[in-house]
Every structure is written in structure tokens, then in C-alpha cells.
Design a binder for this molecule. Sequence first.
Ligand code: ZN
Length: 145
Amino acid sequence: MIPRLAGCAAAALLLAGTALAQAPRPKESPTDPVMCVVCGDYTFDRKDATPAVYEGKRIYLCSVNELALIKKDPAKYVWATDVVSGKRVNKIHTPFTADYRVRVQKVKEQGKIETWPRRFFFESAKTREEFLRNPGKYLRQPYAV
Ligand SMILES: [Zn+2]
């Protein structure tokens, strides 16, 4: 019992230290836009999305059925291509993202092109900066969902 308690105290101290070391994070709001990992665009306010956990990270989906899609074909749904370097990037784990409004070709409504916010994923801060310097160079519009 004693070692276990000591372990907990150590963990609590470690957490406190971590919290102090980090910059304050903005509070999550129920109306924050969140992105469905499967569909790739901002579909919901946070309160309307279906939260799930994949590889230890919280993600948002349209429905729980989409979690099965991700598990079945992660190459298709979890991995994206860095539009600058062409490297494959894990959408759930990369911290390097940029949100951009692009004209999107909706698959279900052929011929209908809408402007949607879309998240782009990068392998590094360097490629993200390059994208943000000249996004038009890297976007082929309309952008297929
Ligand atoms: Zn979805």
C-alpha cells in the first residue's frame, strides 16, 4: 500500500509540474468547430459531434459507425498527404495543421461545388509555413472530399 501511495503522490507532483510548464490552453467551447476525421471538413459544433478515442487521442466523428471505417481502413481515413512535401502524415497525431477555406467538390452531389473550411496536415512546421506563405500553389481546386 505504501509504495502505491508514494507512486500516486509522485504522479500528482509530475502532473502539477507539467501544468505549470505549459502555456495556458484556451478553454474548449461546445460551439468550437470540430472536424470529422473521416469526412475531413468542419461539420459540427463540438456539442453535436460524436467523440471517440483512437490510438489514445480524442477524435470527433459524424457517428460511431465511422470509427469502424477508420479501424478497417486507416490508410484511407487516418493518413493524409502533406501537400508541400508529398509525405504521408498521420492526421490524428500530427501537431502541424492549417485550416483553410477551399472550394470542395461534394461527392454525393455531383457537380455541386461549395466552399468549406478544410484542415490540411503537414509533416513539420517547415512545410506548414511554406504552405501558408503561398497556399494557392498547393491547392488544386475544387478540392475533392
Ligand atoms: Zn464524418
